[in-house]
Design a protein around this ligand. Structure first.
Ligand code: HEC
Length: 415
């Protein structure tokens, strides 16, 4: 590339760190000078491929959880919920304006940056006050009860038989709770990915993805087993922790001086003291974090209380199973007889018509085809009702017959 071309791409007045807009402009101009192949390589070097889509999780009882996210990545104690919400804003629409500064501020100390000479200021468009409002609202959200007058009466006899099966086959990982108890707690019961056997891509990305640290290089980030020092490349999970903690610790740059600081102190104090969840040890069967593998515990998925589950199709973290009926079936594998009943290998998503028989959304002709053979989309695993996946004690229970599965399905509607 000639010097003139570079000058055209990168404006003279650019500082050491580009703002979001400047970066977008540079990328846009750069793309005009690179071949498709070169652009692909650049993209590959800078970004992690979004190759593990997840289904939108249902939100009730999130504020009452000990750990949230499909793989229990975030602790819900203290400022955890605000950090989690800040991460979500950064992930979708948030704008970030981060700069290196040669001074220590109260925010950089709270954000854990007090060890270096140069600090980073984490100005952003994240509005902590609104995030706190949303989270307070979420605390009041209760799970929906199966509306018998619309979707049909529940057969109480069948449901009672299903309850006994649930106790034996499911309860170990899906505790029952009283949906209206204001003091309820939801325990994320973790199961190692290779034990539950569902698609591994999401969990794997969360502990293997690496990113360039940029101006965050040489900062310390506290993880469960201790501090890690961010190198040129560092785990994305650690970079995200550092980013969200510091964004939350930074007062809103759009407010005038006095209001900025008073709002900031009040918001943080409220978010911290109004959150009744305390730090606790994660439940379940997962590999512990170690100094050799500080994010090992993320290679697991969580089982949670299933109240309101009837309303949340499609199922599993990657939305690969369209209904509860299908979830109780096995996946078809090589050598399985053709005439058996299996989880669908392809189905349409996008329909809003409820299927009360299968308990899920009806697959219509239109919409997007979900193909379970694509990477990240596997519908295997969690075949507890079909005698294929072992219970936490290692025992594989007998497959349920058709009638038993119907009873269990009837019971799931009552949750
Ligand atoms: C050993 C623990 C364990 C047992 C036993 C277990 N589950 Fe699960 N369950 C999980 C885990 C882990 C997930 C999340 C898996 C994923 O998304 O990849 C899950 C997910 C689910 C989901 C989907 C939740 C959602 O939001 O999409 C349903 C429904 C469910 N289980 C029902 C059952 C039923 C019914 C049984 C009994 C037949 C059962 N589970 C037995 C651990 C368990």
């Amino acid at each position: 590339m000639t010097k003139e071309q570079i000058d055209e791409i990168i404006p003279k007045d650019i500082g050491k760190v580009m703002s979001g807009d400047q970066r977008d402009h540079v990328m846009e101009r750069l793309s005009k000078h690179l071949t498709k192949w070169q652009l692909g390589r650049l993209r590959h070097a800078l970004f992690n491929a979004p190759d593990a889509p997840v289904s939108y999780p249902f939100l009730w009882d999130i504020a009452q959880h000990d750990y949230v996210q499909w793989n229990g990545i975030a602790d819900n104690a203290g400022l955890g919920p605000i950090g989690r919400n800040a991460g979500e804003v950064i992930g979708v629409f948030g704008t970030l304006d981060w700069k290196e500064e040669k001074r220590t501020t109260l925010s950089s100390i709270i954000g854990g940056q007090s060890d270096g000479i140069t600090q980073v200021s984490f100005d952003s468009s994240v509005n902590v006050q609104n995030l706190h409002r949303i989270e307070s609202h979420l605390m009041k959200l209760n799970s929906p009860v199966w509306p018998e007058e619309i979707l049909g009466a529940i057969n109480r006899e069948k449901a009672a038989r299903g309850k006994t099966l649930f106790d034996e086959y499911c309860e170990a990982c899906h505790a029952r709770i009283d949906r209206e108890d204001p003091n309820r707690r939801i325990i994320a019961n973790m199961t190692k990915v290779n034990f539950v056997g569902t698609d591994s891509a999401m969990a794997k990305n969360s502990f293997t993805a690496q990113g360039y640290s940029g101006i965050l290089r040489n900062q310390y980030v506290g993880l469960g087993v201790g501090n890690i020092l961010l190198d040129k490349q560092a785990p994305v999970a650690a970079l995200l922790t550092q980013a969200t903690t510091n964004v939350v610790a930074t007062p809103d740059p759009d407010k005038w001086f006095f209001q900025r600081w008073t709002d900031w102190i009040v918001n943080l104090a409220k978010a911290f003291f109004e959150n009744e969840i305390k730090s606790s040890i994660k439940y379940g069967n997962y590999d512990p974090d170690t100094t050799v593998s500080p994010l090992a515990s993320l290679n697991a998925y969580k089982g949670r209380s299933l109240n309101g589950i009837w309303a949340t199709a499609p199922y599993l973290h990657n939305g690969s199973v369209p209904s509860l009926h299908d979830l109780l079936l096995p996946k078809k594998r090589e050598g399985d007889p053709e005439e058996g009943e299996y989880r669908p290998e392809q189905f349409k998503v996008g329909s809003r018509e409820f299927d009360p028989a299968k308990v899920g959304l009806k697959s219509s002709d239109k919409g997007f085809t979900f193909d379970t053979s694509f990477p990240g989309n596997s519908n295997a695993g969690h075949e507890y009702a079909s005698g294929k996946t072992a219970q936490p004690n290692g025992e594989v229970l007998k497959p349920l017959n058709k009638e038993q599965k119907d009873d269990l399905l009837e019971y799931l509607k009552t949750l």
